[in-house]
Design a protein around this ligand. Structure first.
Ligand SMILES: Cc1cc2nc3c(=O)[nH]c(=O)nc-3n(C[C@H](O)[C@H](O)[C@H](O)COP(=O)(O)O)c2cc1C
Length: 208
């Protein structure tokens, strides 16, 4: 029996991404998001235009998308009620958000230089994707959401999650993403069932 409801959010469970960007004064910002979907060498991400990250993306046109593993959950949670935006937007004050100019320090994470963008990599994240903004799109008002089409230009992967035998692709059995599922943190369980797509997809796209 189904029931018709009026949900406030539709967060069905997506991997968390830490977006690192450069502020106006050259310092670093770092923000968790989960409204991201991936296709080929690109992704779409959705964020409130009241965030410092959106201000930085619109000005700089680049960022690093850092994917934390499940074991970094406490560091991610330390960032949850922080913003790099000053003054803090009214609606965030009501929710208990505070301004923080040193989010890397607060989270206990380390910024290291990227190869091809100005924003830093998060050293502790096993996946670090240097990315350029291709296009931005404003959701219909009164929504304050911005969507960004991002092109991944440089991909850094911790060797511990790569396939055995020196192959340059990620072993899904070794990668344990941190998942946000209706505002709570989860990870993935073991492989459920052998996938018919895996074999042809792997031989077509991952032949090195
Ligand atoms: C796990 C997690 C996922 C989040 N996902 C999103 C998201 O997809 N889009 C968004 O606008 N905010 C999201 N947020 C809230 C932002 O992190 C928050 O607005 C933050 O203050 C943005 O930082 P900034 O203002 O310094 O850019 C998420 C927060 C957490 C903890």
């Amino acid at each position: 029996m189904h029931k018709t409801i009026d949900p406030k959010i539709l967060y069905f469970g997506t991997p968390v991404v830490l977006i690192s960007t450069i502020n106006e004064d050259g310092t670093y910002n770092l923000a968790p998001v989960s409204s991201v979907w991936w296709i080929n060498q690109s992704c779409m991400l959705g964020m409130s235009s009241k965030s410092q990250t959106v201000t930085n993306l619109l000005r700089e046109g680049q960022c690093v998308l850092n994917l934390p593993s499940a074991e970094l959950v406490e560091a991610v949670d330390r960032l949850a009620l922080l913003t790099g935006k000053s003054p803090v937007p009214e609606y965030k004050i009501d929710m208990g958000y505070q301004y923080e100019g040193n989010k890397f320090g607060k989270a206990g994470l380390t910024a290291i230089p990227s190869d091809n963008v100005r924003a830093p990599l998060v050293k502790e994240c096993p996946i670090q994707l240097e990315s350029l903004v291709q296009k931005d799109h404003s959701f219909e008002s009164p929504s304050a959401i911005k969507a960004f089409e991002m092109k991944i230009v440089t991909t850094h992967i911790d060797e511990s999650i790569l396939m055995d035998g020196g192959k340059s692709y990620i072993d899904p059995e070794k990668w344990k993403p941190l998942i946000m599922n209706f505002c709570e943190f989860f990870s993935l369980g073991p492989k459920l069932y052998p996938s018919k797509l895996a074999e042809p997809f792997t031989s077509k796209f991952y032949n090195n």
